[in-house]
Design a protein around this ligand. Structure first.
Ligand SMILES: Nc1ncnc2c1ncn2[C@@H]1O[C@H](COP(=O)(O)OP(=O)(O)O)[C@@H](O)[C@H]1O
Ligand SMILES: [Mg+2]
Length: 369
């Protein structure tokens, strides 16, 4: 079975998917730190990192540029949709005039902010950009929370389809004299003129201008989408599913698990985070491990403390048993080739690079079915 370190040591792209709030970003960062510590030139693209994690990685959140993490061959970026769209437009619109027109265009601004699934598009574009640079041995990609993670897989095709939709085609393609001419042309759909009347002439102008510049964007999209699709299907790409062992997260994770398998995307590892309470030696607490009762010997009243400790311990034991059962159930639907391992509930959230690296030391040995 593949260990997490082997994953970090051998893969060129690791995509971490999972429900929100399970520790996906933390695990993505931990994998990246491990790889970088082993000497691999690594990049981690995070989404919405917890404040302290962002601090540990040196991300100030002002933009989505890759930043070097001091002391390691590790670059980190925080993906922010609006900033990433702007960067995208800058990269692929060489003409500064056209670039400024699109960046200040109201239609573009609302498009870039609200386009459904825009996170997936942006992640796709960012991934293309980072992998195409060839500057890294490993890229670790964190994905948006919840079920939309599957959109990362679907984004390349969907994006191309979106851009080929008739409305876009109409604006950018059907009238050789350009979208403005098309809009003003005799016989232009009454509906569109009505729309113009409702939206106002100025907005119609901006809409036309947006699509005019959009032609530039469209040219490269299909090509980049194809490259990303190939990259995601590459044998050196691994998908890692991160989840917590409680019913709500497991049900979201099951949706992702099945969605990935439906798309013939192998899941190399499932990481159950916050999946057990650990004893002082790091091993999962177990009722059979015996009680440190002697530690509680002492003055009158100790018996009550001891009883409380016992009750707490029994509670944690029960949690561990429940979690273990839930993990086994979840794992039964996975192919035997998928490694599964568990990470403990930590006493404190990881706040430094050392904490992140140490987190994976506490993983249980990977198991197959
Ligand atoms: N094993 C763990 N034990 C305790 N806290 C954790 C653990 N893993 C992550 N956390 C904390 O949980 C919070 C959510 O983690 P995060 O990685 O941002 O989740 P996600 O990316 O899935 O939304 C963060 O504050 C993080 O530090
Ligand atoms: Mg996150």
């Amino acid at each position: 079975m593949l260990t997490l370190d082997a994953l970090a040591a051998t893969r060129s792209l690791v995509v971490c998917v999972g429900p929100g709030g399970v520790g996906k970003t933390t695990v993505a960062a931990a994998l990246a730190v491990r790889a970088a510590r082993a000497g691999r030139r690594t990049a981690v693209i995070t989404i919405d990192p917890a404040r302290r994690l962002a601090d540990a990685l040196g991300l100030d959140g002002l933009d989505d540029e890759l930043r070097r993490v001091p002391g390691l061959p590790l670059d980190a970026a925080m993906l922010e949709t609006k900033a990433a769209y702007d960067a995208l437009v800058r990269r692929i619109t060489p003409d500064p005039g056209a670039r400024d027109r699109i960046l200040t265009n109201r239609v573009y601004q609302s498009f870039s902010r609200t386009l459904a699934r825009s996170h997936a598009y942006v992640a796709m574009e960012r991934l293309y950009d980072v992998t195409a640079s060839g500057a890294h041995d490993l890229v670790v990609l964190d994905t948006p929370p919840t079920r939309s993670a599957l959109d990362i897989l679907d984004a390349p095709d969907r994006l191309v389809r979106f851009l080929d939709e008739r409305v876009v085609g109409a604006f950018v393609g059907e009238d050789a004299r350009g979208p403005r001419a098309w809009l003003r042309a005799k016989g232009t759909a009454v509906a569109l003129r009505l729309f113009g009347a409702m939206a106002g002439e100025a907005l119609m102008e901006e809409l036309a201008a947006f699509f005019e510049v959009f032609v530039h964007l469209r040219a490269g999209f299909a090509e980049r989408a194809a490259a990303v699709r190939a990259r995601l299907a590459d044998p050196t790409t691994s998908f890692v599913l991160v989840t917590a062992p409680d019913p709500t997260h497991l049900s979201d994770a099951a949706y992702l698990r099945d969605g990935l398998l439906d798309r013939d995307t192998p899941i190399d590892a499932v990481i159950f985070n916050r999946a057990f309470h650990a004893a002082a030696d790091g091993a999962p607490l177990a009722r059979s491990a015996g009680w440190p009762d002697e530690a509680l010997d002492g003055p009158p009243g100790t018996e009550r403390v001891r009883a409380a400790a016992r009750a707490l311990r029994a509670h944690l034991d029960d949690d561990n048993a429940t979690f273990a059962l839930a993990r086994a159930r979840f794992g039964a639907a996975l192919p035997p080739t998928t490694a599964r391992c568990a990470l403990p509930v930590l006493d404190a959230e990881p706040t430094s690079l050392a904490d992140l690296a140490a987190l994976l030391d506490r993983a249980t040995a990977p198991q197959g079915r």
